[in-house]
Design a protein around this ligand. Structure first.
Ligand SMILES: CC(C)(COP(=O)(O)OP(=O)(O)OC[C@H]1O[C@@H](n2cnc3c(N)ncnc32)[C@H](O)[C@@H]1OP(=O)(O)O)[C@@H](O)C(=O)NCCC(=O)NCCS
Length: 380
């Protein structure tokens, strides 16, 4: 490819680059606003459910009672994993849950009856099936790695409650199910973040939805994206006591390391999702007689307050890890739970890409050696 005449501006990390229009998610990073299909994340977090928000994301409007009931039934009916996929999960039982999830999502493509139908309708059906299957993969793997039998899915519980039920073997309290449901709503969609962009790149090549979802899971697994909740808990454990926060932050900053759970590529103000999780941490840690967690997180926020002027504030994952921990969920399941929540978002991004598809293929500006003659190996 020939080089451009004038040096083009390079947008490293595609920062601040618009590559497409989207009717799904509005984000104002300066004001700290997030809306799905025009509805504020605050209203959805307080009043909606994962199923209702999923319907909204996929269909563009809030459902009527009948539409919601039909949608919930579709998700319940899709709670099934083919036996060979369970065998694959079994054979990978000692791997990290994200490795297992990525592999199992990929394998599901081989068993999906509509794998070669890439119509919009079939893609929605496959997206819904995967939305039900992803939490099952996580739960089945978690049971198997503990030497426990997988739990058959409930045909009555909602999406969040069924996930906790399959994970722990007992129906969760209403409060626990509600808090996870809220967490899933908050994670359901977030524009062209790294994993959703990855899904668009893959579906843009006319690969199938299982391929795109597999790639999205892979992108989510990195610490700069989905891994933050796990890292925040590890950080809080390492800090151990609020009195150690100041020294911890100083040490990290001297080493030029980021403080995990702070900062975001898009938000300059506080991530609007964080406040709902903060309330959850406060309530849970008081209820469970473990106020230390709130105290450590609050001290971190205070210590990091000078960074707010750089646009570095808490993000959604700052609080969610502690909530999962207080619910007795092991650290390595935090990223998979993010994936459970993000399924409607990935599905809708894939659909939008398909609706107006174009191969995504940006350029890199060549900065290597000038043309030079090949030197035979004997002469080097
Ligand atoms: C998410 C993240 C990768 C975004 O990176 P980014 O887009 O390059 O961040 P910004 O452009 O806003 O950074 C502005 C400045 O703040 C600093 N900064 C950003 N996040 C920081 C953090 N968590 N701790 C300390 N400083 C941070 C940057 O180093 C940069 O400083 P510089 O200009 O001196 O280089 C980054 O904030 C991060 O690593 N955060 C921790 C991991 C995390 O919580 N990820 C989950 C995101 S939901």
């Amino acid at each position: 490819m020939s080089q451009p005449d004038a040096a083009p501006k390079i947008h490293r990390g595609l920062k601040d680059v618009y590559f497409e229009r989207s009717a799904t998610t509005f984000i104002d990073g300066k004001a700290g606003e997030l809306r799905y299909r025009g509805y504020s994340i605050h209203d959805l977090a307080e009043h909606s459910t994962f199923e209702e928000t999923g319907y909204l994301l996929l269909h563009g409007e809030l459902p009527t009672k009948a539409e919601l009931a039909a949608f919930e039934a579709l998700l319940r009916e899709a709670r099934a994993l083919p036996a060979p996929v369970v065998d694959i999960i079994k054979s990978l039982k000692d791997a990290h849950p994200m490795e297992v999830l990525r592999t199992a999502v990929s394998a599901l493509g081989a068993f999906d009856p509509e794998v070669s139908d890439s119509s919009r309708e079939a893609t929605i059906r496959k997206g819904l099936r995967l939305t039900s299957q992803v939490p099952m993969i996580v739960a089945v793997h978690h049971r198997l790695r503990q030497g426990l039998a997988p739990i058959a899915p409930s045909q009555t519980l909602g999406h969040a409650a069924n996930f906790l039920y399959m994970l722990k073997g007992e129906a969760p309290s209403e409060d626990a199910a509600k808090l996870l449901d809220k967490d899933l709503v908050l994670h359901a969609e977030h524009g062209s973040n790294a994993s959703s962009f990855t899904a668009r790149v893959v579906i843009g090549t006319q690969a199938n939805i299982h391929a795109a979802m597999t790639a999205a899971v892979a992108a989510l697994s990195g610490a700069a994206h989905g891994g933050a909740a796990e890292d925040v808990l590890a950080m809080a454990e390492e800090i151990g006591d609020p009195s150690n926060v100041s020294a911890y932050v100083k040490r990290k900053r001297e080493a030029k390391e980021a403080i995990t759970g702070f900062g975001h590529r898009v938000y300059r103000a506080e991530d609007p999702r964080a406040r709902h999780m903060r309330e959850g941490v406060r309530r849970l840690s008081a209820e469970m007689g473990q106020p230390k967690w709130t105290a450590i997180l609050d001290a971190l926020v205070k210590e990091m307050s000078p960074y707010a002027r750089l646009g570095v504030n808490v993000n959604v994952d700052f609080y969610s890890g502690v909530i999962y921990y207080l619910h007795g969920i092991p650290k390595d399941l935090f990223v998979p739970i993010f994936a459970v929540g993000r399924m409607p978002g990935w599905t809708v991004q894939i659909l939008e890409q398909l609706d107006n598809n174009i191969l995504i293929r940006p350029l890199t500006l060549y900065a290597g050696p000038a043309a030079r003659p090949y030197v035979p190996i004997e002469s080097r």
